[in-house]
Design a protein around this ligand. Structure first.
Ligand code: HEM
Length: 504
C-alpha cells in the first residue's frame, strides 16, 4: 500500500510538472483568449477556416484576442474600431512582418519586399515600386499591354464559346493576370506555348503559393525547421530553384541586350526600372543584387496574380447568383462604353455600379483574409495590454467586412450599399480593408484596381454568362484556403455566349 501511495504521488507530481511546463504560458497582461492545449496551445483555433472561427472568439473575449501557438504570441484584431486604433496609432511599432519558415528557403525572405523588416532595404524597394512601377502615369503608359492581354483572353473565350465548351474561369483568370504581370515585369508574353520557361514559371509560382498556405509546424516551433518533418522546405526549395532559375535567365538575357544596346520598341518595364536603379551606395545600396531582382520579380507574381484572379472569380460567381445585379452592370456597360465598343481602362471612373460590385465582392471575399501578418518591433502597449516584441498580429479583414456593427445584412451581396458612398479600399475606412492599411498596405493597389475592373468589365460586356448545367448556386458560396488566398471550394465552370460585335 505504501509503495503504491508513493508511486501515485510521484506520478501526480511528474504530471503536474509536465503540464506546468508544456502548458502554453501567456504573457502577463496579454489580450484575453482561449487557454489552449499543452504543447500546441491555440493551434486548433487556427486550423481550418480561422477567419470564420475567430468571429465566435470575439463574442467571448472581445475585439482583440490573444493566442499562443507553440512558441509564438499572436493577437487577432476583429473590429473596425480596434483596426483604426492599430493603424492610426501603432502602425510603426508593428511595421515588421512575421516571416514564415518556408519563405526562408533559398533566402527568399532576404530579397523580399513584403517580408522585409521595416527599414532601409524595404523603403528603397517600396519607393521604386510605388513611384516608378505602379504609379498612375506609368500605368497609363502600360495600358496597351493590358489591352493586348485581355484581348487574348476574350479571343480564347470566343473560341471555346463557339465550340460550346464550358469555360474554366479560375484557370482563365489566373493565366490572364499572370500574363499581364509577365508583360509588365519583363515584356514577355507568358501565354506563349512555344516557350518552355513560361509554363515552368507558372507551375513553380503556383507551387510556391500552395506550399506557403500549408500550416507548418516549424512556424510554431522554429527548432523543428531543420528537421523539415512535413517536407515543405524540400518542396519549396525545388519550386524556388525552378522559379529563380527561369527569372535569372530572363534577367541575364535583358542584361546582354542592354550591353549590346539592342533597340527596344516597347515601354520601359519593371525589369528596366530595377536594372536602372542607382542608389547612393551609403545608406541605400548602389544597385540591386541579382538575388533581390529575382526575388522581387517573383514576389510581384506571387502577390498579384492569384489575389486579382480569385477576386474576379468571386465577382463572376456573385453576379451569376444575382441576375438582377448582373443586368445592372451590363446596362451600365452598354450606356457608358456603347454596345459595340470595347471597354477601356479610361471608362472605369464612370462605371459606378461595376465599382460597387467590385467593392462588395472584396468586402465579402477579401482574398487575403488576415492581411499579411505584422510583427511587433519591440515590447509595446496596445489597448492597455502588454504586447511582447515579436508578437504576430493578424487583422481579420474578413470578419471586419462582415461585422453587423458596421454593415446592415452583412452576409448579403448588395452592391447598392456602396452607391453614393465615399467608402473605398484605400486604407482610410477601417471597416473595409481588403488591401490593408498603413505603411505596409498593398503596394499593388493601383494596378489591382485597374485589373479588377478592366478584366471583369470586359468579360461581362463581351459575353452573356450562364452556369454550366452541373453547377448549382449552392455550390458557389463555399470557400477554401487552397493557396495563400481565400478562394472558392468549387471551381467556377460557365458557358459563355458572345454578345457584342466588337470593333477591332
Ligand atoms: C485584389 C488584388 C489584391 C489584394 C486584395 C491584395 C491585398 C494585399 C494585402 C492585404 C497586403 C498586406 C497589407 C497590409 O499588411 O496592411 C498586400 C501587400 C502587398 N501586395 Fe497586394 N493585393 C492585391 C494585388 C496586388 C498586386 C497586383 C501586386 C503587385 C503586382 C501586389 C503587391 C503587394 C506587395 C508587394 C505587398 C507587400 C507590401 C509591403 O509589405 O510593404 N498586390 N496586398
Amino acid at each position: 500500500m505504501e509503495i503504491s501511495w508513493s508511486f501515485l504521488s510521484w506520478t501526480v507530481l511528474t504530471l503536474s510538472l509536465l503540464i506546468h511546463f508544456l502548458w502554453p504560458k501567456r504573457p502577463r497582461n496579454f489580450p484575453p483568449g482561449p487557454r489552449g492545449w499543452p504543447m500546441i496551445g491555440n493551434m486548433l483555433e487556427l486550423s481550418k477556416f480561422p477567419h470564420r472561427e475567430m468571429v465566435a472568439l470575439k463574442e467571448k473575449y472581445g475585439p482583440v484576442v490573444g493566442l499562443r501557438v507553440g512558441a509564438s504570441n499572436i493577437i487577432v484584431i476583429l473590429s473596425a474600431d480596434v483596426a483604426a486604433n492599430f493603424f492610426k496609432n501603432h502602425d510603426a511599432e508593428f511595421a515588421d512582418r512575421f516571416v514564415p519558415d518556408v519563405t526562408k528557403c533559398r533566402d527568399f525572405h532576404k530579397g523580399s519586399l513584403s517580408l522585409a523588416p521595416y527599414g532601409t532595404p524595404w523603403r528603397v524597394l517600396r519607393r521604386i515600386g510605388t513611384m516608378e512601377m505602379l504609379v498612375g502615369r506609368r500605368l497609363n503608359v502600360t495600358a496597351p499591354i493590358r489591352r493586348k492581354c485581355v484581348d487574348q483572353m476574350l479571343f480564347q473565350i470566343e473560341n471555346e464559346a463557339r465550340n460550346l465548351k464550358p469555360i474554366h474561369v479560375p484557370q482563365l483568370l489566373f493565366y490572364t493576370s499572370f500574363n499581364i504581370l509577365g508583360n509588365m515585369i519583363f515584356s514577355r508574353n507568358l501565354l506563349d506555348p512555344s516557350c518552355k520557361d513560361v509554363s515552368g514559371l507558372c507551375k513553380a509560382i503556383k507551387g510556391m503559393l500552395e506550399l506557403s498556405a500549408v500550416p507548418n509546424l516549424a512556424d510554431a516551433y522554429p527548432w523543428l525547421g531543420r528537421l523539415d518533418l512535413q517536407g515543405l522546405r524540400c518542396r519549396m526549395n525545388n519550386a524556388l530553384d525552378e522559379a529563380i532559375g527561369i527569372a535569372s535567365r530572363f534577367v541575364q538575357e535583358r542584361k546582354e541586350e542592354r550591353q549590346m544596346r539592342v533597340e527596344q520598341n516597347r515601354p520601359k518595364d519593371f525589369l528596366d526600372v530595377l536594372l536602372d536603379y542607382e542608389g547612393d551606395g551609403k545608406e541605400e545600396p548602389a544597385d540591386f543584387s541579382e538575388h533581390t531582382i529575382n526575388i522581387f520579380i517573383l514576389e510581384l507574381f506571387v502577390g498579384g496574380a492569384d489575389t486579382t484572379s480569385v477576386t474576379i472569380d468571386w465577382v463572376m460567381s456573385e453576379l451569376l447568383c444575382k441576375p438582377e445585379c448582373m443586368a445592372k452592370v451590363k446596362d451600365e456597360l452598354n450606356r457608358v462604353v456603347g454596345p459595340n465598343n470595347k471597354l477601356e481602362e479610361s471608362h472605369i471612373d464612370e462605371l459606378h455600379y461595376l465599382q460597387a460590385v467590385v467593392k462588395e465582392t472584396l468586402r465579402l471575399h477579401p482574398p487575403v483574409p488576415f492581411l499579411v501578418p505584422r510583427k511587433a518591433i519591440k515590447d509595446t502597449k496596445f489597448m492597455g495590454y502588454d504586447i511582447p516584441k515579436d508578437t504576430e498580429v493578424f487583422v481579420n479583414a474578413w470578419a471586419i467586412g462582415r461585422d453587423e456593427d458596421n454593415w446592415a445584412e452583412p452576409n448579403c451581396f448588395n452592391p447598392e450599399r456602396f452607391l453614393g458612398s465615399k467608402m473605398d479600399y484605400k486604407g482610410q475606412h477601417y471597416e473595409f480593408i481588403p488591401f490593408g492599411s498603413g505603411r505596409r498596405m498593398c503596394m499593388g493597389l493601383p494596378l489591382a484596381h485597374r485589373m479588377l475592373h478592366f478584366i471583369s468589365g470586359s468579360l461581362l460586356h463581351c459575353f452573356d454568362w450562364e452556369l454550366e448545367k452541373s453547377v448549382t448556386r449552392d455550390m458557389m458560396d463555399v470557400e477554401k484556403m487552397r493557396v495563400l488566398t481565400l478562394r472558392k471550394a468549387e471551381d467556377l465552370q460557365v458557358m459563355a455566349k458572345k454578345r457584342t460585335t466588337l470593333k477591332k
